[in-house]
Design a protein. Sequence first.
Length: 295
Amino acid sequence: MSARQDLLDHLGQGVTTVCRAWLVSRKDGVQFGFTDHDRDLSFEGHVFKASSGMTARTLQQTTGMAVDNSETVGALSDAAVEEVDLIAGRFDGAEVRAWLVNWADATQRIEQFRGNLGEISRAGGAFKAELRGLTDKLNQAQGRIFQRNCTAVLGDARCTVDLAAAGNFADTSISGFDDLHRCIFDGLTGFSDRWFERGRFVVTSGDAAGLVGVIKFDRLQNGQRVVDLWHELSAQIAIGDQVRLEVGCDRTSSTCRAKFANFANFRGFPHIPGDDWLASYPVSSRANDGGSLGR
């Protein structure tokens, strides 16, 4: 007999011993188990803590294509979910699984929900997180976009540029900060000015380890490299923190050809007519035969 049927038979008895359990799996591989039972539970190789103070509200489920959703609330504590991790975005998009479990026999259980964490808010020493079902992914736009610039992400399967190749990254440590709180690096003068602009700023040590920013500004000044980000990281970075700077791309055809010698994999349409073509009109100074605009 299946674990699902065993639980259904148990529920049919009238007097039940059931509780709920949740497993939260962050993108960095860290997992957290929670239960609203008064004792810890263990199944599928995970321990579900009873001391977390985490509870769930009504779960809305449908049989159609509508998005299943719910909401979970809980207390912030060092033993479970730390506020610094929520602020740093380490729980953003984390996978969530929820079960109804017979706590007297954890082999009797039903998985009621599977999805991801949505919007997370914090107030008064507690957090509240929206749960989004798997069908929420169907709301994301699909299909190819026709535009002049490349639609690939530098280094992905469509682009094929190897970001681990020599010259495409630099592992270094933060030497200091200037008056605008931009990062200063020593010993990176071997890379051209603006080489890392639009690239990734990956923190590999310190309080912000695992966080990634996008480089807005990259200049060589007085024998040092000055780097600034489009947005501040959600955790503090400090002198001595290890970071990886990855080469940037502005997604234009000229950069793809000259900087990466990768024009064969360019995923844009550099000769597509622009908005000015829509308002153009015939003139006697050029041919009006409907031919190529790029000649």
